[in-house]
Write a protein that binds this ligand. Structure first.
Ligand SMILES: *[C@@H]1O[C@H](CO)[C@@H](O)[C@H](O)[C@H]1NC(C)=O
Ligand SMILES: *[C@@H]1O[C@H](CO)[C@@H](O)[C@H](O)[C@H]1NC(C)=O
Ligand SMILES: *[C@@H]1O[C@H](CO)[C@@H](O)[C@H](O)[C@H]1NC(C)=O
Length: 481
């Protein structure tokens, strides 16, 4: 049997301009997604792969004034897994006490002397922790503490809002995302360095040591002996001062405040002027019940503005019992400036021609996906009609055609095609470019969630991962015809 004839010649036709634009934009979008994801994953891998040493804190933290029997140094906590296996924490990423500007993506380290722990009165402060926890009695309150614990959920809720709330094209969403990831990354290094320099004990350790046999009331009216005290959520293996969440959310607030005025936000076809005090950066939960890709409950009945997100992100750490109250404003103060710098740098990635009316959208947006409106109604098309749509998407750089409405239904868990196409619900705004990139995000989310140091809650992302797998198969089959 002879070799089959294989045509290896390269198509010599020039690439049509529209295709070229689309290719540039799609490649740029993919690149930005991957860089954004790599920054996040890279940081966690870097942190996980370095050897953990004991934190040498004897010079940094004073002896307690309460009992003299312990110092205010951070103490490893005992944890227990679901199977009754106890283990002792080690402080993460101790090498970051020597972090330098070169480790940051878009900004520089704030002066570490900017914040220092107050003279804690640990007995009073620990009782205050339990008192604040005891105000947490509803599922909605607990959902909020959990939501802000996971910066991945915060990031994805904001991305979901850009898509569903403001119909932003994928290029602008990804530009937002790369800068937001960098802002959180840089804030994370700054706050870890500060935590290591101060090495302060967590409320859990203080309560257990100071009031072992005293009954305390915590969340849900639970009464518990001090020696059995636990925070509402897992306390991460790093020291207490300052609050990492309040630092990161300060960075997110500043970043959004400075970047979003450059984005082409629209609602119901009309442009939206960004106002940090009133513009939702996370949609109210009737419009977006759960966080895209992770499925975590969106706790915001009224939605969040960048200001209320910053506020609640910090305050919820106290409600969860993870911090003493001075750490929250200190985290914000330490990290102020990082988000603004990230926004400034991000805008340079897509420079607007000076003195022209060009918008960010016109500079970075691609042409729409081919046959974007083909079979995109609530009534499903026949196989033959779908094949006709697909046959219009066979250009060298065309994104293979797929039934965008069907994929919207699957990706957002919608009941039917009516809702997926109704302009009264927000889902009609997800075009094929969005869905492909959302699929890419879906593929990296499980990898990010496997890393412990940045606390990601695991949720039901299976649907999208499966969807992405099927999609990839179809795209491959289509391309290799
Ligand atoms: C940090 O730097 C100091 C002095 O430069 C050095 O002695 C110490 O070992 C470094 N610590 C870590 C954890 O790398
Ligand atoms: C912080 O806790 C102390 C008690 O330790 C309390 O007196 C103070 O009012 C609290 N501050 C805030 C801002 O809640
Ligand atoms: C395919 O493209 C042609 C030319 O743009 C257009 O006239 C036709 O309506 C398209 N077919 C479908 C099914 O969209």
């Amino acid at each position: 049997m002879g070799q089959p004839d294989i045509d290896l010649s390269i198509d010599q036709e020039p690439v049509p301009k529209a295709h070229w634009c689309r290719m540039k934009a799609v490649i740029a979008a993919m690149f930005m997604v991957l860089v954004g994801a790599a920054l996040g994953v890279g940081m966690t891998i870097m942190i996980m792969s370095l050897e953990n040493e004991d934190v040498d804190c004897q010079t940094a933290c004073p002896a307690s004034t309460d009992s003299g029997s312990y110092t205010a140094c951070w103490k490893p906590m005992l944890e227990i897994n679901e199977y009754g296996f106890p283990f002792l924490q080690q402080h993460v990423a101790t090498f970051l006490q020597n972090a330098t500007d070169s480790m940051l993506a878009m900004s520089s380290l704030p002066p570490m002397g900017r914040v220092s722990p107050p003279a804690y009165d640990y007995a009073a402060d620990a009782r205050e922790v339990a008192r604040v926890m005891s105000t947490i009695v509803t599922q909605a309150q607990k959902d909020e503490v959990k939501f802000f614990d996971s910066k991945l959920d915060v990031a994805l809720a904001i991305i979901g809002t850009l898509l569903l709330g403001y119909g932003l094209p994928i290029e602008e969403i990804v530009l937002h995302s790369i800068g937001e990831t960098s802002a959180v990354h840089d804030a994370g290094i700054a706050m870890w360095k500060s935590k290591l320099l101060h090495s302060r004990i967590r409320p859990t350790s203080v309560v257990q040591r100071l009031f072992p046999d005293e009954t305390l009331t915590i969340n849900d009216g639970v009464e518990i002996l001090g020696k059995r005290f636990q925070a509402l959520l897992r306390v991460m293996p790093h020291s207490e001062f300052p609050s990492g969440s309040s630092c990161m959310c300060q960075a997110i607030d500043e970043y959004i405040t400075d970047l979003w005025p450059a984005l082409s936000l629209h609602s119901m076809g009309a442009p939206v002027t960004f106002d940090a005090e009133v513009t939702h950066v996370v949609l109210p939960n009737p419009s977006m019940a759960s966080v895209p890709l992770t499925g975590t409950a969106n706790p915001a009945a009224e939605g969040y503005t960048s200001r209320t997100l910053n506020e609640r992100c910090g305050e919820s750490r106290l409600e969860g019992g993870m911090h003493f109250n001075a750490s929250v404003p200190a985290g914000r103060e330490l990290c102020s400036g990082i988000g603004a710098k990230a926004a400034q740098t991000t805008k340079l990635l897509a420079p607007l021609p000076a003195a022209s009316s060009a918008t960010l959208r016109s500079v970075i947006a691609s042409t729409p996906p081919c046959a974007a409106d083909c079979c995109a109604d609530s009534a499903p098309c026949t196989q033959a009609e779908q094949a006709a749509c697909a046959s219009n998407c066979t250009g060298a750089w065309s994104l293979p055609w797929f039934d965008v409405v069907d994929v919207r239904v699957k990706a957002f868990g919608l009941p039917d095609r009516e809702i997926a196409t109704s302009t009264a619900a927000p889902f009609f705004q997800a075009d094929r470019n969005h869905l492909v990139v959302v699929g890419l995000f879906g593929a990296v989310v499980p990898a990010i969630q496997r890393h412990e140091t940045i606390s990601f809650s695991s949720g039901s992302r299976t649907r999208l991962t499966i969807w992405f797998g099927i999609r990839l198969q179809q795209i491959r089959r289509h391309s290799w015809h």
